[in-house]
Ligand binder design. Sequence first.
Ligand code: DC
Length: 212
Amino acid sequence: MVVAIDGPAGVGKSSVAQWVSERFGFFNLNSGAFYRAAAVKVLDSGVNSLNEKAVVDTVQTATFDIIDKHLYLDGVNVEKRLRTPEVDKASSVFSSIVDIRHIINGHLRRIASAINLVAEGRDMTTVVFPDAEVKIYLDASVSVRAMRRFNQGSSSLSLEDIELSIRERDHRDRNKKEGSLLIADDAVVLDTSTLTLAQVYEKVTGLIKAYL
Ligand code: DC
């Protein structure tokens, strides 16, 4: 069974997906982490980020594995390197490249085959897992998302700069040639702007229980 959750940057998808996957014993597939790891690969390689072909060729050579629930890039656990402002931006830019999306989608589907999972990202409900049994779209205003990120205390940016970065990422997410952020016709939309994470978790849990 696949529970697919999409939504914009900073809406809390990762936290919700993690809780829900633990609650139901499902695997938590964080697709954004794959785009982030791909960005790490490109940044480390020293290729010109503006050279699309070189970027694609570089990502094509990368291996992505999940070992003990951790993401390994070329055999190395890169999770501690995925949340810097540099990787935020690079992953957002590279994820607009259609060939990069095809490479990542291949890895996601390979890892997901034959297990129960919660998959979260931007195009899980629409492109990668269109037949998912439960589809959810989480939303919240830009200012609420920026404030949540700021309050996490994990970013080196000011609140204004976080908000600006979220606006830029929203723009790129909504204007991709493929895999653009869209609400699937059959997705349940939850506006989380005035909800706590616990309340969102309860609602998502309820939707899964209703299916089961
Ligand atoms: O969810 P996130 O912020 O960790 O994702 C990192 C970047 O990858 C983000 O800019 C959007 C992109 N992404 C995507 O294009 N498609 C996905 N399914 C997941 C993430």
